[in-house]
Design a protein around this ligand. Structure first.
Ligand code: ADP
Ligand code: MG
Length: 331
């Protein structure tokens, strides 16, 4: 229900201002001053670099008006934290720039709960933001730290490095395909708890993996635009090419039973999985790293000389890779 009497300040206090320290000693020690003043004060550990990234989601572009708000709060934060993970950084705090058409409790409450729950789980306290009236959008800025010189960047891959991915791919695209079908059939608002949309609605930033891979991986990127598109970014930045062994690509369980063309399109071209793609030198042992990362690590190919990105089948024959990821300005 709309509550027109709620002022901007009441809204911030009610939904986004935590009542005192979080109780998490690590997070609290780094936040000298959080929400409520003109700016937040953070205290990074000595000898660290500040890592900063921002991402915005806009209604009609990234999500539908009936997107379950708890999922939206979670996902907007997860997408930004995923960028910290890909740099091997640990979170210090986050800022939320929120635009809403009206102060509606039925939307703001679950949105803030979805956001703040992931913030607690990832030790990424909400330390500030901005709240305006307007078409619905959420911009999330994440602040993190990494020991000086140790960030995982896109430009360090070398020919001969193994191409490694965390977790499984294609789950978010499979969820989006199911959601699109459901929508075309005129069904009601999505059910965020359905298994088929788990990866699409509740992505998990691979922060522990980013930390575990620091000092081991030559390069890293998070998979937001699709495997081939994001691999293209690493290859371009590193000045190398890559070979992807299609049979080694780990498929999300949501793609079990899907036909081969759909599975390939989802796993190679689908965005929003937020797994990490890495260049790991051949001598690094994977099992202990996977243990520390808390997620499976799969070798799916190799970085090569040249600049071509090839996808091959079990015999080494080239496969048509199909569409290669999302570009907002391409259409
Ligand atoms: P100012 O006018 O000084 O920019 P605001 O009135 O925009 O301050 O915000 C007041 C306080 O509330 C600031 O500390 C700001 O960071 C915080 N804040 C505003 N909106 C949000 C939000 N959506 N989430 C978290 N903190 C917010
Ligand atoms: Mg302001």
């Amino acid at each position: 229900m709309a509550s027109p009497s709620l002022s901007e300040f009441d809204l911030i206090r009610r939904y986004f201002r935590p009542a005192g320290p979080s109780g998490d000693p690590v997070a609290d020690a780094r936040v000298v001053l959080g929400v409520g003043d003109d700016a937040a004060l953070l205290r990074p550990d000595p000898g660290h670099e500040l890592v900063v990234s921002t991402d915005t989601v806009v209604e009609g572009r990234h999500f539908f008006a009936d997107h379950p708000p708890a999922s939206l709060g979670h996902k907007a934060l997860a997408a930004s934290l995923s960028d910290l993970a890909a740099m091997g950084a640990e979170p210090l705090g986050v800022l939320l720039s929120l635009a809403v058409p009206q102060a509606e409790d039925a939307w703001l409450r679950p949105f803030s709960e979805g956001f703040l729950q992931l913030a607690r789980e990832t030790r990424a306290p909400l330390v500030g933001g901005d709240t305006v009236r307007g078409p619905c959008s959420a911009g999330v800025t994440v602040l993190g730290q990494v020991p000086a010189g140790c960030a995982l960047r896109r430009d360090g891959a070398r020919s001969g490095d193994r191409l490694v991915v965390t977790g499984e791919l294609g789950g978010a695209a499979a969820g989006l395909a199911a959601e699109t079908r459901r929508r075309e059939q005129g069904a009601g608002p999505p059910d965020a708890s359905a298994a088929v949309v788990r990866r699409l609605f509740w992505p998990q930033p691979r922060l522990a993996a980013g930390l575990a891979l620091r000092g081991h991986a030559h390069a890293a990127i998070d998979l937001s635009d699709g495997l081939l598109a994001d691999l293209g970014h690493i290859c371009a930045a590193s000045g190398c090419g890559a070979r992807v062994d299609w049979p080694a690509v780990p498929l999300d369980p949501a793609l079990a039973g899907a036909d081969a063309a759909l599975a390939r399109e989802c796993a190679l071209g689908g965005g929003d999985d937020y797994e990490l793609l890495l260049a790991l030198p051949p001598e690094v042992e994977l099992a202990p790293l996977a243990e520390a990362a808390g997620v499976a690590l799969h070798v799916i190919g190799e970085f090569t000389t040249g600049d071509a990105i090839r996808v091959v089948d079990a015999t080494g024959a080239p496969l048509d890779a199909g569409r290669s990821g999302h570009d907002h300005f391409a259409d």
